[in-house]
Design a protein around this ligand. Structure first.
Ligand code: MF3
Ligand code: CO
Ligand code: CO
Length: 302
């Protein structure tokens, strides 16, 4: 005689009876569900997010957003002032003085000055310098390309933007690397969607840069920004669609692709700042600070 083996009885209790809008929230706050986690749960359902440590929104006060608006506009205006004055024959020290004075005149502090020991108020990166060039006695000459990177600290809020300028008649290579890196920034910005992924940005940048036979610097990345200069998330300019941190409303971050005409390799000079292309070929960069809203994005430094 064989014994009948009884299937084990399910002991999983039924707990997923749907919580109603006016019920107390499941989190134990004592607030009604609709005043507490309802919206967040809806977003999570809509985007199939289950991971509890993925924040779906960063709540920013009006004061914070206004602070960011003002510092980003100042950074934009400072860079425009440089654009209006830059010319062949001046030194990068001259640009530094303009940026330094303009920033102080508008009640702000140039964020690079003394940042981790950086000795000047702006970064000036010529030709094969990728980023973090230190202003000095170098004279701008016809055919140079130069990135000027401005970061303001106004009332404790940081705004960060950069452009690469063409000095007079430039080579086809120089024109190309500037236009490719500007287009990389434009496409990167267009790829930012609330509830997308940070990897979506790098994916489109990398795809375009490679299609133009250029390379993407991986050693330096864009960054969250706000009441500090550099914060989470890191924003690589390479990657895969759907990878990386969730993009959520309330995020402020920069996109700042550094695009090389040759290979992506970086060499840092003895000054511990100046980042050059390893192969000595040209590099260019453009940067904006972005704000993610519920419906889209705002380019804060435009
Ligand atoms: N502005 C640069 C960036 O885009 C950082 C410069 S760091 C400094 O992140 F120390 F050189 F200022
Ligand atoms: Co930046
Ligand atoms: Co910058």
């Amino acid at each position: 005689m064989t014994r009948v083996i009884q299937p084990k009885q399910s002991i999983i209790p039924v707990v997923n009876a749907k919580i109603q809008r006016n019920d107390p929230c499941w989190c134990g706050s004592g607030k009604k569900y609709k005043k507490c986690h309802l919206k967040e749960d809806e977003v999570k359902r809509r985007f199939n997010l289950s991971s509890p440590n993925e924040q779906t929104v960063i709540n920013r006060s009006e004061e914070f957003i206004q602070g960011m608006r003002e510092t980003c506009q100042l950074a934009k205006n400072t860079l425009q002032m440089v654009a209006d004055n830059i010319q062949i024959g001046i030194t990068t020290n001259q640009i530094n003085t303009w940026v330094h004075q303009y920033t102080l005149d508008h009640g702000a502090i140039p964020a690079p000055l003394n940042y981790k020991g950086f000795p000047k108020s702006t970064c000036t990166s010529i030709n094969e310098v990728i980023c973090h060039g230190i202003p000095d006695d170098t004279i701008l000459k016809e055919g140079d390309i130069i990135n000027v990177d401005v970061t303001c600290n106004l009332n404790g809020y940081f705004g960060d933007t950069s452009r690469t300028f063409l000095m007079g008649e430039c080579s086809e290579d120089a024109k190309k690397i500037c236009s490719v890196s500007e287009e990389c920034l434009r496409r990167g910005i267009a790829a930012v969607k609330p509830y997308g992924r940070i990897g979506d940005i790098g994916a489109v940048i990398q795809e375009y840069a490679h299609s133009m036979n250029c390379s993407v610097v991986e050693k330096f990345v864009g960054h969250g920004i706000g009441k500090s200069f550099h914060e989470e998330p890191q924003v690589p300019h390479f990657g895969r669609k759907g990878n990386g941190p969730l993009i959520v409303p309330g995020m402020f971050f920069t996109i700042e692709p550094m695009i090389n005409l040759g290979k992506k390799g970086v060499h840092i000079l003895e000054d511990n700042w100046t980042a050059m292309t390893e192969d000595g070929k040209l590099s260019a960069q453009f940067e904006h600070t972005i704000f993610v809203t519920e419906n889209g994005i705002e380019v804060m430094t435009e």
